[in-house]
Design a protein around this ligand. Structure first.
Ligand code: URA
Length: 209
């Protein structure tokens, strides 16, 4: 009998917990990323900041928030009196998702299934660090933290100000993503978005007492 060649199949998404983050194949984003970008910060940080996903610079350096959005965040933290070395900084998705545009790698928003696949790692960080306050930087982080794909930024704001909520025994403060400040259409929008980030960071400081 002739044997029928079996087409090599694409790896199935892993259902079990991968042994380490850099071995994670729960979605396919690792394929085009340089490396995984894990969270950084003290083991017992009281405040955790969660971004969306690493950008171009973060992907190359292997550290979160070291590119242009990181510079905005750094400035906002300084203004709010938040010491970068005392907080834990991470992302909802740990690999850079991008598409080529000429010679540049353009950021692509992760799909909800990719956010869901990576949630396991955020959960692990929350369990390990046990922050009292988590600051969601933008909508992707918010959705992952609340485990609710329909959560919106507006629902976490009150009259244009961040409105902290309790979730899973900790505070969640939601602010704009720092790259939103960079993309804002005019100076007024930029100032407003930046002001919300500073205000949310100040609230986080107050909430930890
Ligand atoms: N944007 C993010 O959300 N995270 C980073 O680490 C860098 C840019």
């Amino acid at each position: 009998a002739t044997s029928i060649p079996i087409a090599p199949e694409r790896a199935q998404p892993q259902r079990e917990v991968p042994t380490s983050l850099d071995q994670c194949r729960r979605c396919t984003l690792w394929e085009n990323a340089t490396q995984v970008v894990a969270g950084v910060g003290p083991a017992q940080a009281r405040i955790m900041l969660v971004g969306e996903q690493p950008g171009d610079q973060e992907d190359l350096q292997g550290l979160p928030f070291v590119g242009p959005a990181g510079a905005v965040l750094q400035q906002a933290m300084q203004e709010a009196g938040v010491d970068r070395d005392s907080i834990y900084l991470t992302n909802a998705v740990k690999h850079f998702k991008w598409e080529p545009r000429g010679k540049r790698r353009l950021h692509k928003t992760p799909a909800q299934r990719e956010v869901a696949a990576c949630h396991l790692w955020l959960e692990e960080e929350l369990k390990r660090v046990q922050p009292q306050v988590v600051v969601a930087l933008g909508s992707t982080a918010l959705k992952s933290l609340l485990q609710d794909g329909s959560a919106t930024m507006t629902s976490m704001m009150n009259d244009g100000h961040p409105a902290p909520v309790q979730h899973d025994g900790r505070w969640v403060v939601t602010v704009y993503h720092p790259s939103y400040v960079l993309r804002a259409p005019d100076e007024a929008a930029r100032r407003q978005a930046y002001g919300v980030i500073v205000e949310g960071l100040r609230q986080a400081l107050q909430l930890v007492g």
